[in-house]
Design a protein around this ligand. Structure first.
Ligand code: BT5
Length: 234
């Protein structure tokens, strides 16, 4: 079994916690994911972003934080969560063009049957944003960050009100399964969980019906494939 929890010289890390739980996660990860080098599981009290720590670690690593001082979404948007109220986690995974879609499926299933997906990366509960996914690719691996509101949520957002470690355990298993699943199966499951499909949407300045998700995770609106953008339900 690899070193379960290891320290870091990163100046943004202020402490490392929960050694025994982490040891269990580390073991499960080490037998389930292809490991390049020595996989690490790290749990921090406070970091700028779990993504920044994870990007320096090998495939199989998981970074969890109680708090982020500069948590981010897409396009440098902020991801905000008061300390200790959310699951804030980054997984280091093999490159996979459908990782964002697979991670959405994994996260929705980990949260429970009421949670739906809004393209490209939102988790919705009762139509409100419960969580988000940010995939950042490096040359040889991808860092998949997931934030899920648990004990608190910003105004207008949703929260799950479940214990963080329970959600994380389920999420870890789902990520391992779905990130290695065949593309057809990932897309089929995304369609089942989608809040978009069949609805009239606005994507950027265009309005139309969200018809399908394409083979690379693009949203098809009135026959046109969008690889990026923000969707509003009309
Ligand atoms: C996302 O971006 O939804 C991806 C969020 C990923 C966060 C995780 S946490 C662990 C890892 N480390 C990081 O630094 N990031 C990842 P996007 O679709 O761009 O949505 C961002 C927008 O969501 C913001 O501009 C706000 O409007 C809104 N938002 C911010 N915090 C929120 C929260 N806690 N709950 C709901 N909405 C939020």
């Amino acid at each position: 079994m690899p070193a379960a929890v290891s320290s870091t010289n990163d100046p943004t890390a202020s402490s490392i916690m929960a050694m025994s739980t982490m040891a269990r996660w580390s073991f499960k990860v080490s037998v389930s994911l292809p490991i390049v080098g020595e996989g690490q599981v790290l749990h921090f009290e406070s970091v700028r972003s779990t993504q920044d720590i994870a990007r320096e670690l090998p495939i199989g690593s998981i970074v969890v934080a109680e708090h982020q001082t500069a948590g981010r979404g897409r396009l440098d948007r902020r991801w905000e969560a008061p300390p200790g109220t959310a699951l804030l986690v980054s997984f280091v995974l093999p490159l996979n063009p459908l990782l964002s879609v697979a991670a959405g499926v994994a996260a929705a299933e980990a949260c429970g049957e009421k949670v739906r997906l809004k393209w490209p990366n939102d988790l919705l509960l009762d139509g409100r944003k419960l969580g988000g996914i940010l995939v950042e690719a490096k040359v040889d691996r991808a860092v998949c960050g997931i934030g899920i509101n648990l004990a608190a949520a910003p105004d207008g957002a949703a929260r799950l009100n479940q214990p963080r470690d329970v959600v994380l355990d389920r999420l870890r298993e789902k990520i391992i399964d779905w990130s290695a699943a065949p593309a057809d199966a990932v897309l089929a499951r995304w369609r089942e969980l989608s809040e978009n499909l069949g609805r009239r949407v606005r994507i950027d300045a265009v309005e139309g019906v969200a018809q399908d998700i394409g083979p690379r995770g693009e949203l098809i609106v009135d026959g046109v494939a969008y690889v990026a953008g923000s969707v509003t339900h009309l």
